[in-house]
Design a protein around this ligand. Sequence first.
Ligand SMILES: *Cc1c(COP(=O)(O)O)cnc(C)c1O
Length: 412
Amino acid sequence: MNRAELAIHGGSKVKTTPFGTGKRFGFEEVSELVEALNQNTLFYHFGGKVKQFLHDFNEIYGVRYSVAASSGTAAIHVALGAAGITAGDEVITSPITDQGTLIGILYQNAIPVFADLDPHTYNMDPHSIEARITGRTKAIVVVHLAGNAADMDPIMEIARKHKLKVIEDCAQSYLTKYKGKLVGTIGDYGCFSTNDFKHISTGDGGLVTVNSGDEKDYHVTHAFADKNYQRFGSSVQRDLHHLAPNYRMTELQGAVGIAQLKKLGSICERRQQYGDRITAEIGGLPGIEPHVVEPGNECTYWFYMFRLNLSELSCTRTEFCKALEAEGIPNMEGYIPDVVYMQPLFQNRTAYPDSHYPFELTGMTYERGLCPNAESILQTAVRLPVNEFYTEKDIGEMIAGIHKVASFYGKR
Ligand SMILES: *Cc1c(COP(=O)(O)O)cnc(C)c1O
């Protein structure tokens, strides 16, 4: 391999033109917003925008029922509430995720339990899930990280065997497919986020699919997002048997959501094409382990994350990333700084100040080394932003930058 002089050593940069950009919101959103305001109500139950947003989402996903929420975090909490998760239950989830995955678990006073991950898809390993099941386990929150599907067939089999609810966290995985099926439609509930950093944005917002298709389950889920008000048709039933938060979506978010959903297909298609191209063109480079998508699945890359095999490289990850950056290719070391169970909340067992509840119910502790694959992923990964506004030329230059840096530091 030829070893061109790295930009960080004074050589010429691979990327000299700016990355493609574009507008995420346009006339379609404005027009929906004007209509929403002209309704003279912004309440989801009186207006038509949130209803239309859910209807359109249901069409795309082929589900009968979904419920709107104020965020992805809220959506996951709603699913947990609807699934009947309660104090002292254990919920198995991923140690590499946004904290939004964990918040609802802890607000239900349930105990998060972390399963280890596949080293190259960065998703939960079914064997590790099964090994963490106890008599208290009630649910699995499966995180489909970065647009890539977790291995749902064995996960669903384990869940059925142990009578566990399955909640899919699809916040990063719109239109992601697992063996031809859309993720979010496979477990009992699928949760989505429309915060401003996701494939589509309503500023903030979320959505929960109710995959049983059962009207009673839908009503329970719907009520949990609305203070347990049973609001159907013109009747309102306010009897309060259990706590539920107010996670209602407003008509303004619903309106923007309608317009954003129309763009979802092309956004995901472009990201899939770009991510898959990176994989095809960086495989085989010394020290580079691409983001693995299992055969038959479709990844819509919320980001692209490859790993370094440092035994094949004569540099540290920091040196690699700095060199790539100097070539004009933006990148980050890893994703979150460490696995979530190393956060003070878990180390000190303080979900609530001055309390060890609910951890004290079982004496649960979280040690370094609990999920070795997950820990090592975060120590060796390099994350690239992927964006539907990038051009093929941008992607080609990202790939060329990785080639240049890997060839320079590669030992073979
Ligand atoms: C973004 C995200 C969430 C939380 O969504 P918010 O809308 O920010 O509350 C949850 N899980 C994952 C994996 C996410 O990426």
